[in-house]
Design a protein around this ligand. Structure first.
Ligand SMILES: [Fe+2]
Ligand SMILES: [Fe+2]
Length: 324
C-alpha cells in the first residue's frame, strides 16, 4: 500500500488567482442541447443546399470534443497540482462531454440513421481530421508526473484545439445562423463557443503561470516548439478547410477566420500573434460579438435559448407510467 498524504481541496483560502472566477462563470453558463429547439430547423434543412458540408463540419467537431473530453481536459486536470485549478478543469471536462453529445442531438434531429452511421465512419477516414486529433492527443498523452514542461505543452495544445482548431467548424453554423439559416443549430454552436472562450482563457492563464517559472532559455525553446506546432496544425487546417468546404466556395473566408483565431489562441497563452490582421467575414464576427469573444466571456445565454422550467422533485418525478 502506498503511503501518500492526500490533501483535501480547500476553497476557504485562494490558492489560485482566478480559479473561483472560472468556476463561477462556467457554472453560470450551464446548458443542455435538449433545451434548444433544433427541430425548428427541420423545414429549412430539407431544402438546404450543402447538407454534406454541414454534416461534416459537425462530425469533425464531434471528434475534437470527444478527444478533449476523454484525453485533453482529463489529463491536464490529472497532472495539475493546484487542487482548485484541478477542480475547475474537471468541471470544464464535464462541459466537453456535453459539447460532444450536442452534435449527436443535432444529427438525430436532422439526419437519418444511415446518414449518421456514414458520418461516424467518415470521422475515422478523414486524414486531415485524424491528423489533428493524433497530433494533439499525442501531446496530451506525453505529460509526465511532476514535469511542468510536458504539462505546459499539453496546455498549449489544449488552447490550440479550443481557441484555434474548432473555428474552421464553428464558422459555418455562425455564418448561416447570422443570415437566419438553421438558426437553432447555430445557437448550440454559440453556446459551445462561449464555453470554449472560458476554457481558452483559463487554460491559457494557467499555462502562463507555469511558463513564468521557466528560465529565459527554456522559455525560448518552448516558444519555438509552440510556433512550430501551430504552423504544422495550420497547414493541416488549410487542407481540412479546402476538403470540407470545397462545394460552398467559402474556403477563403474560413481560412481568414482560422488565422484570426490562431492569433487569439496565442494571445490566450501570453505569446505574440503570428498572422497579420485581416478582415474576417462580418456576419461571423457579429455572431461572436453577440455571444462573447475571448475577452468578453461574461455574457448571457443566447437569444433563442429557452431554459426548461425546473420542477421540484416529488413522487410524480419517479412515475414513468405515462411513458410507453
Ligand atoms: Fe468543447
Ligand atoms: Fe473546451
Amino acid at each position: 500500500m502506498s503511503n501518500i498524504v492526500y490533501e483535501g481541496v480547500n476553497w476557504n483560502k485562494p490558492s489560485s488567482e482566478l480559479a473561483q472566477v472560472f468556476w463561477d462563470q462556467q457554472w453560470k453558463q450551464i446548458w443542455f442541447p435538449e433545451e434548444i429547439a433544433v427541430s425548428k430547423d427541420i423545414q429549412q434543412w430539407k431544402s438546404f443546399e450543402h447538407q454534406g458540408t454541414y454534416k461534416k463540419v459537425f462530425a469533425g467537431l464531434t471528434l475534437l470534443d470527444t478527444v478533449q473530453t476523454n484525453i485533453g481536459m482529463n489529463r491536464v486536470a490529472a497532472y495539475t497540482d493546484d487542487l482548485q485549478e484541478k477542480a475547475v478543469l474537471t468541471v470544464f471536462d464535464a462541459f466537453e462531454a456535453i459539447h460532444a453529445k450536442s452534435y449527436s442531438y443535432i444529427f438525430t434531429t436532422l439526419c437519418t440513421n444511415k446518414e449518421i452511421d456514414e458520418l461516424f465512419e467518415w470521422i475515422k477516414k478523414n486524414e486531415f481530421l485524424q491528423y489533428k486529433a493524433n497530433k494533439i492527443a499525442d501531446i496530451y498523452t506525453s505529460i509526465k508526473e511532476s514535469d511542468n514542461e510536458s504539462l505546459w505543452k499539453a496546455m498549449f495544445a489544449s488552447v490550440m484545439l479550443e481557441s484555434f482548431l474548432f473555428y474552421s467548424g464553428f464558422f459555418y453554423p455562425l455564418y448561416l445562423g447570422g443570415q437566419g439559416v438553421l438558426r437553432n443549430s447555430a445557437e448550440i454552436i454559440s453556446l459551445i463557443l462561449r464555453d470554449e472562450s472560458i476554457h481558452g482563457v483559463a487554460v491559457g492563464f494557467f499555462a502562463q503561470g507555469i511558463f513564468s517559472k521557466f528560465d529565459t532559455e527554456k522559455q525560448d525553446e518552448l516558444k519555438v516548439w509552440g510556433y512550430e506546432l501551430l504552423l504544422d496544425l495550420y497547414q493541416n487546417e488549410m487542407k481540412y478547410t479546402d476538403d470540407i468546404y470545397a462545394e460552398t466556395g467559402l474556403s477563403p473566408d474560413v481560412k481568414a477566420y482560422v488565422r484570426y483565431n490562431a492569433n487569439k489562441a496565442l494571445m490566450n497563452l501570453g505569446l505574440d500573434t503570428m498572422f497579420p490582421d485581416e478582415e474576417v467575414n462580418p456576419i461571423v464576427m457579429n455572431g461572436i460579438r453577440n455571444e462573447g469573444s475571448t475577452y468578453d466571456f461574461f455574457s448571457q445565454k443566447g437569444a433563442t435559448y429557452a431554459k426548461a422550467k425546473v420542477v421540484p422533485i416529488s413522487d410524480d418525478t419517479f412515475d414513468f407510467s405515462n411513458l410507453n
